[in-house]
Design a protein around this ligand. Structure first.
Ligand code: ADP
Ligand code: MG
Length: 263
């Protein structure tokens, strides 16, 4: 994985653009419970425009829940989440619009099985952004070309490989023109030979300046594409730093232990 991920991402110039006091995503004092289970414990996180934040940590530490709260698929119990300065409402009609600002790609590709690849990409933009079929088709074909699957546009998801389906899922998210993209273990369900084709698309997105939050166990991607790495365990952020700081100067025993197991 490591070799395929270009080091040019981090040395790129677009990355210093954001300001810490003007974050695109701000998670502030967020707590989340599932019944008695305290899943997110006073989480504080800022992601600036153009930044790639990688979240790692053991299974069950709350990484997916954190992503789902940022996309408001899960309500929070206290604290506030702001997207581009706007607090995420916990309910109401603004929710659909705000959710469209946050793209999300899951481990399971979640494509509509009975719709063509093209329809999978155009469905939401036509409904939510209310653009014409022609415009939606044109944009979708451009996005499918960008992720390298435009020749598959007329097929059904099951006719594509897992790697191709996940690239379609990325194109589908991009079709909503999100301000930030969340990736929750996007390569975990893929056969090994397909992991790189998805990571390469993500690296390209990062190079183009997309703001990204990525939960992954792909440490090659984290080392080379991340501006910042966050380590979570038991619902808490235990460490946060540049990839160099985190991988070369790991502070907590918990993180050292985790890295020892996966590397
Ligand atoms: P991770 O993505 O880091 O593996 P998750 O966010 O999926 O962690 O889960 C964090 C904790 O919350 C786990 O203990 C999990 O079992 C629990 N959990 C996740 N979703 C639910 C839910 N819908 N209801 C109850 N418990 C949940
Ligand atoms: Mg998870």
């Amino acid at each position: 994985t490591e070799s395929s991920v270009s080091a040019a991402v981090k040395s790129g110039d677009s990355k210093a653009a954001g300001h810490a006091d003007n974050p695109l995503v701000e998670v502030s004092h967020v707590d989340k419970y599932f019944g008695d289970l305290h899943v997110l414990k006073d989480i504080n996180l800022k992601v600036t425009k153009g930044e790639v934040l990688v979240i790692i940590g053991p299974s069950g530490s709350g990484k997916s829940t954190l992503c789902r709260t940022i996309n408001r698929l899960e309500a929070i119990d206290s604290g506030v989440i702001r997207i581009d300065g706007e607090p995420l409402p916990q309910e109401g009609k603004d929710l659909t619009r705000l959710r469209a600002e946050v793209g999300m790609v899951f481990q399971s590709f979640n494509l509509f099985a009975h719709k063509s690849i093209l329809d999978n990409v155009t469905l939401a933009p036509r409904k939510v952004r209310r653009i014409s079929k022609d415009q939606a088709d044109k944009e979708a074909m451009e996005l499918l070309a960008r992720v390298g699957v435009d020749s598959q546009a007329k097929k059904l998801p099951a006719q594509l490989s897992g790697g191709q389906q996940q690239r379609v899922a990325i194109a589908r998210s991009l079709a909503m023109h999100p301000k930030v993209m969340l990736f929750d273990e996007p390569t975990s369900a893929l056969d090994p030979e397909m992991i790189n084709e998805v990571l390469d698309v993500m690296v390209d997105l990062a190079k183009e300046g997309m703001t990204m939050i990525v939960v992954t166990h792909e440490m090659g991607f984290a080392r080379q594409a991340a501006n910042r790495v966050v380590f979570m365990a038991d619902g808490e952020i235990l460490e946060e730093g540049t990839p160099e700081e985190f991988f070369e100067h790991t502070k907590t025993e918990r993180a050292k232990d985790f890295l020892g197991k996966i590397l």
